[in-house]
Design a protein around this ligand. Structure first.
Ligand SMILES: Nc1ncnc2c1ncn2[C@@H]1O[C@H](COP(=O)(O)OP(=O)(O)OP(=O)(O)O)[C@@H](O)[C@H]1O
Ligand SMILES: [Mg+2]
Length: 177
């Protein structure tokens, strides 16, 4: 390559107002070209960086009004589908999600009441320790009606070993009623 590398290494060689970044910033609520340029010049060049900024910090950095900064930040969060909630609301959300019983009260106790819904739980152990049987049991329990401790739901199993046995699934389901 014959071109000299740019000093900053990151700056776009084209005029900022033609840059795709400016165009993207202008898609935010209340952001015209002048505001977009102001954001850009102060290194707010992505929805991500705006979504984690506080309105006060953005206002101080750019000189834009506080109300405008709130609007821009909320708009960036909406674009990224980010919801910011308080710790109190998060606690309520976690409590409302519920748990799936493993079918063993001892194991449920170890897990704080069962396998939490909406989270990833990993079971590990040596061959033959019961991981696959537990996965089958959990899938069956998800299907049970709520009055039987289930979720009235539709489980799906991703079998990375190609060892899923429909027959075993049927047996466990029959035992669960
Ligand atoms: N079809 C079946 N009927 C009755 N018991 C079974 C059946 N399949 C497995 N088991 C019992 O369940 C136990 C746990 O087996 P499981 O397949 O869940 O182990 P695993 O932890 O998944 O092992 P691996 O790491 O080899 O996959 C085994 O000791 C086995 O005896
Ligand atoms: Mg297994």
């Amino acid at each position: 390559m014959s071109e000299e590398p740019s000093q900053t290494g990151e700056q776009s060689p084209e005029a900022p107002e033609d840059s795709p970044i400016i165009k993207k910033l202008m898609e935010l609520d209340g952001v015209g070209e002048a505001t977009a340029l102001r954001l850009y010049e102060n290194d707010y060049t992505s929805y991500e960086s705006l979504s984690i900024a506080s309105a006060e910090e953005l206002a101080a950095a750019t000189g834009l009004g506080l109300a405008m900064c709130h609007k821009i930040i909320n708009s960036a969060r909406e674009k990224l589908n980010i919801q910011i909630i308080t710790a109190e609301d998060l606690e309520k959300l976690i409590q409302s999600r519920g748990k799936i019983t493993t079918g063993s009260s001892k194991l449920d106790d170890l897990l704080g009441g069962g396998v939490p819904v909406g989270e990833v739980t990993e079971f590990f152990g040596e061959g033959g320790s019961g991981k696959t049987q537990l996965a089958i049991q959990l899938a069956v329990n998800v299907m049970l009606p709520k009055e039987k401790g289930g979720l009235d739901g539709n489980p799906f199993i991703i079998d990375s070993e190609k060892t899923f046995s429909p027959q075993r699934f049927r047996e466990v389901a029959a035992a669960a009623g």
